[in-house]
Design a protein around this ligand. Structure first.
Ligand code: TIH
Ligand code: FE2
Length: 294
């Protein structure tokens, strides 16, 4: 099932109101009681949040702020080398703090005047239809916890570094924001789970892990590459394939590892022409036809 394809630790809410995030024994924070307590407390904030209310304030530890500062510093240098121009310009306009974890409400308030996008807190996995559907209205569901300090360069589990340094910087570009919105409208238009899954895989291979040719060089624009200072050093050596809707919608991927198959847009125009137009017009029938053959 689709839910399994996404790496999110299950969140359990007990009758007494307590919240437990169930980290796998392979999780780098599994044996760290302090970290687990942090994860539980932050998940409880999102679970108790009601739509329309401000995003709850998360109090972070010094160690957590240091993880943000370290990753921000590493990524800033690598973005100059590996990120597309559209991302660099948008990130400069957004102006995220580099030395401390921003509050999600603060991120949302910086973003909204630029492209209308607002952040919503998520405790863990948000059902696909909800996650993608609300993109059409300019809402982005975001986790609020941060990766474990022992593995700062990569996490299979989307954390606030990924959601904000990867996605919010991207959502600060109106060209990207429009692509996210059309993906959301596509997700709302289709009825079958198969079509929804196809749309979400196209999203995965573009807005999460897309690469693009720019002045002859291969650059990254996918939020998943742009939030990992480990993976960003490796993408140029992967199996790079031409942008192709059917291939992206049907290729399997493993969320727990660096992505070894990537799809290259020849330009931003091509991304909009091919992927933007697909999302703008696809429906259950057209997707079934693409999968069946043509
Ligand atoms: N691997 C990314 C990172 O380390 O920042 C996070 C994720 C992106 C997509 C899925 S998980
Ligand atoms: Fe993401």
């Amino acid at each position: 099932m689709f839910e399994e394809a996404q790496y999110f630790a299950p969140v359990a809410k007990r009758d007494d109101g307590s919240v437990t995030v169930e980290l796998a024994s392979s999780h780098p924070g599994f044996a760290d009681a302090v970290y687990r307590e942090r994860r539980n407390a932050i998940a409880a904030l999102a679970l108790n949040h009601r739509p329309g209310e401000p995003i709850p304030h998360a109090e972070y530890t010094d160690e957590e702020h240091q993880v943000w500062a370290l990753v921000s510093r590493e990524l800033a240098v690598k973005h100059q080398v590996y990120a597309i121009r559209e991302f660099l310009d948008a990130a400069e306009r957004l102006g995220l703090p580099k030395d401390r974890i921003p509050q999600l409400q603060e991120v949302s308030d910086l973003l909204e005047p630029l492209t209308g996008f607002r952040y919503l807190p998520a405790a863990g996995l948000v059902p696909l239809r909800e996650f993608y559907g609300v993109l059409a209205d300019g809402f982005f569901h975001s986790t609020q916890y941060i990766r474990h300090h022992s593995v700062p360069f990569y996490t299979p589990e989307p954390d606030i570094i990924h959601e904000v340094i990867g996605h919010a910087n991207t959502l600060a570009s109106s060209r990207f924001a429009e692509l996210y919105r059309v993906a959301g409208r596509a997700a709302r238009r289709v009825e079958t789970e198969d079509a929804l899954q196809f749309i979400s895989k196209v999203f995965w291979f573009t807005l999460e892990f897309g690469v693009m040719r720019e002045a002859g060089e291969l650059k990254a624009y996918g939020a998943g590459i742009l939030s990992s200072y480990g993976e960003i050093e490796e993408f140029r050596g992967m199996d790079i394939r031409p942008l192709d809707i059917k291939a992206m919608g049907t290729t399997e991927y493993d969320i727990t590892k660096y992505q070894d198959v990537l799809f290259e847009a020849s330009s931003f125009d091509q991304l909009e022409d091919v992927v933007g137009s697909f999302w703008a017009s696809c429906d259950d029938e057209s997707i079934a036809r693409i999968v069946a053959g043509g």
